[in-house]
Design a protein around this ligand. Structure first.
Ligand code: SF4
Length: 84
């Protein structure tokens, strides 16, 4: 489950991660196999999420720095918004 999933948006009711046990906040070095595996599992859930576009827009606008949101990893979003 996306345990820190708290955007005040109605679209979260339709989130594919709402009842998931997948870890959307993997930790450790970006290039570690364990982290990459966790991110891939989360991204797989995002890939079929009906509110991916809304989620991504919210995460980029917040900006939400940690975790997988809207089909993007933490590292991918940081690169776009320019947060180190
Ligand atoms: S796009 Fe991913 S993180 Fe966002 S609501 Fe959907 S499953 Fe959850």
């Amino acid at each position: 489950m996306h345990t820190e999933f708290s955007p005040p948006n109605e679209w979260r009711d339709d989130a594919a991660c709402k009842d998931s046990d997948i870890d959307f906040f993997p930790t450790g070095p970006y290039d570690s196999p364990e982290r990459r595996q966790s991110e891939m599992e989360a991204l797989t859930v995002c890939a079929s999420c009906p509110v991916r576009r809304e989620c991504r827009a919210w995460a980029m606008g917040a900006p939400e720095i940690y975790g997988v949101w809207g089909g993007l990893t933490e590292q991918e979003r940081r690169a776009v918004v320019g947060v180190g």
